[in-house]
Design a protein around this ligand. Structure first.
Ligand code: GLY
Ligand code: MN
Ligand code: MN
Length: 475
């Protein structure tokens, strides 16, 4: 199995049983009799789904809650956990003649016992009978779907207490999950290094995308945590730009936000660099501001720290640096500008989010309706805790779309020196994004690819990819 490639995980299984216990323990804070009354958690995994009017399957992406409770990435499987007896049963799909003919033999029951951290393995044909033997009103499930509608009358679907318990449990990563995430990060570092090194032979955003994917696939990361964002010049002002098809000639800046997935666990890293290795004055100015925003927030990160405060600190750093550059007029104070909230048009997204099996992982409790526009897109709204993995990803953007009404509204425009601002549009934007594990007294940064502008310049200029498709290990 893929985890066995990680030294620290050799001989270990994905800790599904412990995950079930953790979920049960959070569940009992809401339903105190969950154990004594013998409540169950039941989750169906995703099934293979075909495109409409086609015999081609959509890319398979396992249900994260199902995987968390089972460690199983097989389509069409189910899991039941009995909180009372602490027993976990995995139901595998039946062996299908056509499937074997086209796709080969599936995992046998014996192989499943050896691979997964479960007490019992059965075929799904036994599921309906087994569920019928359990008392109804005690089987809690996430949702009713095509996989379980045959016995939906026996299920209690969508109880918020179950989601609460699952999300609180997924919030804190255990050692096994941390090793998977470190491995994903390591592969991502190598891909980013390869992209930076290959800039001399990349003249379209698609080449950056291809370079990243080539190295991801070579390392075994078949799926990415999200669609890679590969942009150049003004395109860097679109936060989740995925067209990745523009020519790079005549442009100066590149932004790549891409992360490998490993065994369903994500990494999420952004790096920016100059196309020819030489930073322009304006590009480097903005890059250094974003680096300062990241440094100031990293200095605050430890258990108990307010992520809201970290995010607002990043805004304050940006405002004070924009005042120095003259983008914000010096006749206004940093406080005036902060209170006007105009900074949100240059730094519109949140400072970072939880990271786990989902890139924007569960448990962050975003409030997209927050009256404070500075906080509206912040996806993590709770104090930091040891064992969380988060991204720290400040950014500064020059988006004609986001700044249009600022430029047209005198009350907002008064803070901005248009002549100075006009020097920066060609950069598009800069974001720097690292993945951090919160530790006892601070954090461990999983992301090792350099963000130092001088080192980046050296790597791009050295153009290691010139004349080679060699693979470079940075960690
Ligand atoms: N790559 C998506 C994000 O950074 O949130
Ligand atoms: Mn991110
Ligand atoms: Mn990202």
């Amino acid at each position: 199995m893929v985890e066995q490639e990680i030294e620290a995980l050799k001989g270990k299984k994905y800790p599904a049983k412990q995950h079930c216990r953790n979920v049960c323990s959070h569940f009992t804070t809401k339903k105190p009799n969950a154990k004594s009354a013998g409540h169950y958690f039941f989750v169906s995994g995703e099934r293979e789904v075909l495109y409409q009017y086609s015999d081609q399957a959509k890319p398979f992406r396992q249900n994260r809650y199902f995987f968390y409770l089972s460690g199983c990435d097989i389509p069409g499987a189910h899991v039941i956990y009995n909180c009372g007896s602490d027993s976990l049963t995995l139901y595998l799909p039946e062996i299908d003649y056509d499937d074997v003919m086209w796709s080969g033999m599936p995992l046998s029951i014996d192989e499943a016992y050896a691979k997964f951290d479960v007490d019992t393995v059965k075929y799904a044909s036994e599921l309906e009978k087994d569920v019928a033997a359990l008392s109804s009103n005690q089987i809690f499930t996430t949702d009713i779907n095509d996989s379980n509608k045959a016995f939906s009358h026996a299920l209690t679907a969508g109880d918020p207490d179950l989601f609460y318990a699952l999300d609180e449990s997924r919030l804190i990563k255990d050692e096994y999950e941390i090793e998977l995430m470190k491995h994903a990060s390591k592969m991502t570092d190598n891909c980013h290094f390869a992209v930076m090194s290959a800039l001399p032979i990349e003249n379209n955003e698609g080449h950056i995308h291809a370079e990243f994917m080539y190295h991801a696939l070579r390392q075994g990361s078949k799926y990415q945590s999200y669609d890679p964002i590969c942009c150049s010049g003004p395109n860097c002002s679109t936060l989740h730009y995925v067209k990745n098809d523009d020519e790079m000639a005549q442009k100066r800046s590149v932004l790549i936000d891409a992360g490998c997935e490993w065994s369903l666990y994500a990494s999420d890293v952004t790096r920016c660099f100059p196309i020819n290795g030489e930073w322009t004055k304006e590009h480097l100015e903005i890059y250094n501001i974003v680096l300062k925003m990241q440094k100031a927030t990293m200095d605050m990160i430890k258990p108990g720290a307010s992520w809201d405060e970290c995010h607002l600190t990043a805004h304050k750093v940006m405002i004070s640096e924009f005042l120095k550059l003259g983008i914000f007029k010096s006749e206004y104070t940093a406080e005036d500008i902060y209170d006007s909230k105009v900074s949100v048009r240059f730094f519109p997204h949140g400072l970072g989010h939880l990271l786990g099996m989902d890139t924007h992982d569960v448990g962050g409790y975003a409030n997209y309706q927050d009256e404070n526009v500075l906080l509206q897109y912040l996806r993590l709204r709770r104090p930091l805790q040891k064992g969380m993995v988060i991204t720290d990803e400040p950014g500064v953007y020059f988006s004609p779309f986001l700044l249009k009404d600022v430029l047209e509204t005198p009350e907002k425009m008064k803070f901005i020196d248009k002549e100075v601002l006009d020097k920066y549009w060609y950069i598009g934007g800069v974001r720097i994004e690292d993945d951090l594990l919160i530790t006892d007294d601070g954090f461990e940064n999983f992301t090792k690819i350099t963000s130092d502008p001088a080192e980046i310049s050296k790597i791009v200029k050295a153009g290691l990819a010139k004349g080679s498709s060699g693979f470079h290990n940075v960690v």
